[in-house]
Design a protein around this ligand. Sequence first.
Ligand SMILES: Nc1ncnc2c1ncn2[C@@H]1O[C@H](COP(=O)(O)OP(=O)(O)O)[C@@H](O)[C@H]1O
Ligand SMILES: [Mg+2]
Length: 282
Amino acid sequence: MSLVEVENLHRVFRMGRGADDVTAVNRASFHIDAGEALGLVGESGSGKSTIARILVGLERADSGAVRIDGVDRLRPVHGRRARLARAQAAQMVFQDPNGSLDRRLSVTESLQRVLLLHRRVSGRVAARSEALALLDRVRLSERHAEAKPHELSGGQRQRVAIARALAVSPKLVVLDEAVSALDVSVQAQVLDLLGEIQRESGVGYLFVSHDLAVVQEICQRVIVLFRGGIVERGQTRKVLDAPDHPYTQLLLASTPGPDWKPERVAQARMTFTQRMSVVTEA
Ligand SMILES: Nc1ncnc2c1ncn2[C@@H]1O[C@H](COP(=O)(O)OP(=O)(O)O)[C@@H](O)[C@H]1O
Ligand SMILES: [Mg+2]
């Protein structure tokens, strides 16, 4: 059994008023093993966030199955205990950490709340020392402990958001464009940290990003999403070095980098358009 098992996941947004419905997720199936980092890539609007949000219970699915650690995630849960248990299995880190951090609380207060809510510790003293240990784990010092979110840099805030996710010892952390808003050097540090945490704790990651360079840093395997459907999957090295699907080829050709060439993008776009028109006509 894999840590995460997703089968035929489907989600259509009904737009109403004669507008076309949007199939955000189109019969997607994939798995994540314990301790594995799976990359989920695709251009903006391809359905990445919808999948991420369904996994942590922030969005519902129309059909399909999602199991995390063997537990059905699509059935609605009732009661505080069940909700806490669900949150404990899978946590999410967003692009903008401000959404998950209370601006009135200091960094340690935020972490202490989560620890006490989930009964990871009993009593304030233990909560404080565990909060400091979590900060240490994301390489923030005691100097940051009493800071409010707005007093921190973007990279430091994202470290706090990661610490907050780790506070419940989740089996899975879903990271949705978690480093996309950071400068490249800060991005590298946070990716480094995420890799280290994964090796030490064996937590699984679903790592959502439009940036292939970032995915390459941290993910063992990757799936490529196009209009809600998975068009390619495999070992990250293999998919990025020798992509099979024209959409992956286009995605790679469009990525800025040392060997970015306008002719390559034009060529990839042509191959892609041809292949896709064949698919739609069929
Ligand atoms: N709550 C919503 N209501 C209507 N449409 C939505 C909603 N959330 C997402 N969508 C649409 O679903 C598609 C996939 O969106 P999303 O999952 O956010 O993609 P990504 O994260 O890859 O950019 C887009 O066309 C988007 O406009
Ligand atoms: Mg998104």
